[in-house]
Design a protein around this ligand. Structure first.
Ligand code: FUC
Length: 765
């Protein structure tokens, strides 16, 4: 194993003793958590479409009739009555959407290996997307290589030993000790099939199929076991499918494995590596080797050291690279989007159903997709938004008598859009679709694909149409959402009544403004629908304006209400700072200053206590150009909210913080939301020198960047389209210049200009 590559490798000196120590592999659709045990290896398996139950129409048929009353209660400040009525009339029927389930486990039992174990190590090599386990026992060195191949849609386990004939083990499937399993049967002398149903009305049937290819020794199947004896080398191929995508998933799995079994392991590995590296290798962050003592230590030790206050910039780079690895592993074209746990879940009743919470969490899962050069991995989210349109139209019409499509704060495998739970602070928020649609717009802004926008615009427009109809006058000429909530916070009225249901939460009009502006820009770019654009523009003028409250903070609601929980984990009123872009230090200095106050207040009252909340805070500080604060919160993320396998810890494990943290690091190094490519906008004191390759900026640009002494020393820009570009950064200010599609532009600092902030750069080509 390569030991000096600690920027791209998680490694440990002992097997995982629990799930949060196991290491993830995945190809978007298939996932496994690998424990690396010696006498028993366990791969806890997932397939993205194994969910309990089928599609349902859950919209509450009493919503519409009660809507006027509900609005009246809210406008009159009768919150208790409003919330009671909302619980009756808006709650989905039934209350909950569907939940995600584990596929099962693959267990390998190595009975003969009872002697002392030495030289144990397990690693996740991010460079190749391969997990390895190695140990010595009885004088023999054993090695396993495991990965999930996207091109071949299989999980591979390759077992070798340095002494011939020494590989013997028994393999079987398990699914919580059979209680949730229909049946495992042998498939010839070298295969097993696990058959089951995910349960619930209309739920999917699933199959997992295993096939062994054995060199030397023997392979046979007895009952539910596959038994290998005295082999030199074994390759296990595993695949799975459900009736979500196939009428006969078993046939699909078997055909796939039969086809692949004629190929050598090396070929399958090469195909995987080629595919994986094409994505992973695009981006790299390197800090100068600072002789940090921790970097040679196993990952869990490093994490502990860092939490105790030691420096370890390489650990931050590793965390950044790992975020990209995780996105590649849980969201690939054709898969479902990354859910609350990406794809990795071992529970039959996972936290929040391991589905899609769309009042921050699913969006955060994709914050690193564009700027970290993984735009393809964004595609499953776009497919899902498309699938939400029809259910979302029904929800919009039936619950609110509105055109367009809407979704509340959750969705599931079936793209359900009706409210989730009977939990007022979260459930009755009709903004989920609108926020998701901004991801379509961002994808266009980064990549510049006009054909994509041509299609995406229709979806964005439908989300905007809903809002045009949903907005009501507040009595002062303003257009407000009602009912709504500011996710998932509550407020206190001057009379003392506390509630969450409201009219015109700040986040709502920030999202609406962003969506309407995106639609208006799109009509210009596409040259169509100008009339609709004008309609949106006039509605925009009537939206409430952001307000600054009595503490100097950005108001979360239209009134400066008292907050019963000032350290709340959601910081929705700063949507316009990030991921929105309406608040910037340059264009809205007062609102930027008020954003700072808002953050400080949240943090002073215990905010940032969940992983994703902390990750959001990193991005906020980056947008406020405060690198030291951003880094302070990266430390807090790794210290309080990161598990031994570097998974984000809500607690429990929830993957959003990994992606939010990764996006935050990128946001510290490059920003492009103001129309300028801004290099090193939030560089902390501890990062005086470094280099990053393959970050993307809006406008179709990809950048490589080196800096030293806190100043940009070299920047290479690749342009994906014809147009113009402006770049600025410490020690660098470039006037707008013309770029061509495919053009590569290099700017290097002149030796003597190192202390000069502007103009000291020459164009190399
Ligand atoms: C939102 C958050 C919770 C959690 C859940 C999945 O409701 O407020 O903290 O992340 O989603």
């Amino acid at each position: 194993m390569n030991s000096n590559c600690n920027l791209h490798r998680l490694w440990y000196c002992s097997p995982a003793s629990e799930w949060n120590e196991a290491l993830p592999i995945g190809n978007g659709r298939l996932g496994a958590m690998i424990f690396g045990g010696v006498r028993e290896e366990k791969l806890q398996l997932n397939e993205d479409s194994v969910w309990y139950g089928g599609p349902r129409e859950r919209n509450n048929g009493d919503a519409l009739a009660n809507l006027p009353k509900l609005r009246e209660f809210i406008m009159e400040g009768r919150l208790r009555e409003a919330e009671e009525l909302a619980n009756f009339a808006l709650t989905g029927l039934p209350e909950s959407q569907r939940h995600y389930l584990p596929l099962g486990d693959l267990l390998l039992r190595f009975d003969g290996q009872n002697e002392t174990i030495s030289d144990y190590a397990r690693e996740l090599d991010l460079k190749s997307g391969v997990h390895r386990v190695r140990y010595r026992t009885g004088g023999t060195m054993f090695e396993r290589e495991m990965f999930a191949s996207y091109p071949d849609q299989v999980i591979l386990v390759n077992l070798t030993a340095d002494r011939s004939g020494s590989l013997s083990f028994k393999a079987r499937f398990d699914r919580s000790h059979w209680r949730y399993l229909e049946k495992t049967e042998k498939w010839g002398h070298d295969g097993l099939v696990m058959r089951g149903s995910a349960g619930g009305e209309g739920g999917c049937d699933f199959r997992a199929v295993l096939k062994a290819s054995v060199e030397g020794g023997s392979c046979r199947t007895i009952g539910e076991h596959l038994i290998v004896e005295g082999a030199d080398r074994v390759t296990l191929m595993l695949t799975a499918a459900t009736t979500f995508r196939h009428t006969d998933p078993e046939d699909v799995c078997k055909e796939r494995l039969n086809k692949l079994s004629v190929l050598a392991y090396g070929e399958l590995l090469d195909r995987h590596t080629l595919d994986y590296q094409q994505l992973y290798d695009r981006t790299e962050l390197v800090f100068p080797s600072s002789g940090e003592e921790g970097s040679g230590l196993p990952t869990d030790e490093r994490l502990k050291r860092y939490a105790q206050g030691e420096e370890d910039n390489d650990l931050i780079a590793l965390y950044f690279h790992y975020g990209r690895y995780l996105l590649i592993s849980c969201s690939r074209p054709g898969s479902l989007p990354a859910n609350l746990q990406g794809i990795w879940n071992d529970s039959f009743r996972p936290p929040w159903d391991s589905k899609y919470t769309i009042n921050i969490n699913t969006q955060m899962n994709y914050w690193a997709a564009e700027n970290c050069s993984l735009a393809e991995c964004h595609q499953p989210l776009f497919d899902h938004i498309e699938r939400m349109r029809e259910p979302g139209r029904i929800t919009a019409g039936k619950m609110y008598d509105c055109r367009g499509f809407t979704a509340h704060h959750n969705t599931d495998i079936w793209a359900d859009t009706a409210p989730q739970d009977m939990f007022v602070p979260a459930s009755f928020w009709p903004m989920g679709a609108a926020w998701l649609c901004l991801h379509l717009w961002e994808h266009y802004r980064f990549g510049g694909d006009r054909d994509f926008l041509d299609t995406a615009y229709e979806t964005m427009k439908e989300a905007a149409l809903f809002l045009l109809d949903y907005l009501i006058e507040d009595g002062q000429g303003r257009l407000v959402t009602c009912p709504s909530v500011s996710p998932e916070n509550s407020y206190r009225l001057p009379g003392g009544e506390t509630g969450a249901l409201c009219a015109g939460a700040s986040m709502d009009f920030q999202i609406i403004e962003a969506l309407f502006r995106a639609c208006i820009s799109s009509t210009g770019i596409l040259g169509r629908d100008e009339e609709f654009g004008r309609e949106l523009a006039s509605a925009l003028e009537r939206l409430p304006k952001p307000q600054i409250g009595r503490f100097g903070q950005v108001q979360e609601w239209m009134e400066d209400y008292e907050e019963p929980e000032p350290g709340h984990r959601h910081i929705s009123q700063l949507f316009a700072l990030y991921p929105g872009e309406r608040f910037t230090p340059e264009n809205t200095p007062e609102l930027a200053a008020a954003s700072r106050v808002t953050l400080e207040r949240r943090l002073a009252s215990g905010g940032g206590h969940t992983g994703w909340s902390r990750a959001w805070i990193i991005n906020f500080w980056a947008r406020l150009r405060d690198g030291d604060k951003a880094l302070e919160n990266i430390r807090a993320l790794l210290d309080h909210s990161t598990l031994p396998n570097l998974f984000d810890n809500h607690p429990p494990f929830q993957i959003d913080g990994n992606f939010g943290g990764t996006a935050g690091v990128a946001e510290m190094l490059l920003q492009s939301h103001t129309g300028v490519v801004h290099l090193l906008p939030a560089l902390p004191e501890a990062w005086s020198e470094g280099q990053v390759r393959g970050l993307r900026a809006r406008g179709g640009f990809t950048l490589d960047l080196k800096w030293a002494g806190y100043r940009v020393t070299e920047v290479t820009l690749l342009s994906g389209s014809d147009g113009t570009c402006r770049i600025k950064g410490p020690g660098l200010e470039l006037e707008e210049f013309e770029v061509e599609a495919g053009g590569r532009y290099v700017f290097t600092a002149k030796e003597e200009s190192e202390r000069r902030p502007a103009g000291g750069f020459i164009t190399a080509d």
